[in-house]
Ligand binder design. Structure first.
Ligand code: SF4
Length: 66
């Protein structure tokens, strides 16, 4: 089982917290919106991904099973 990050573009408010907490997979565009790599999250990065999901103030970031 592996996981992938997904951003809801409607909910996302461009706070940028996720990119700070998980720079391995999330960068920000010129407007501060996240660009999330679509590759599955390896086990060793899962904790970082979970932390980023938990820190999103508008619950726009989710971790889904693939
Ligand atoms: S922390 Fe949430 S609201 Fe902020 S950029 Fe990331 S997904 Fe968007």
């Amino acid at each position: 089982m592996s996981f992938r990050l997904r951003v809801d573009p409607i909910l996302c408010d461009a706070h940028g917290v996720c990119a700070e907490l998980f720079p391995e997979r999330i960068s920000l565009d010129d407007w501060g919106y996240p660009i999330v790599e679509s590759a599955p999250i390896e086990r060793d990065l899962l904790e970082h991904a979970r932390r980023a999901v938990a820190a999103c103030p508008v619950l726009a970031l989710t971790l889904e099973r693939v």
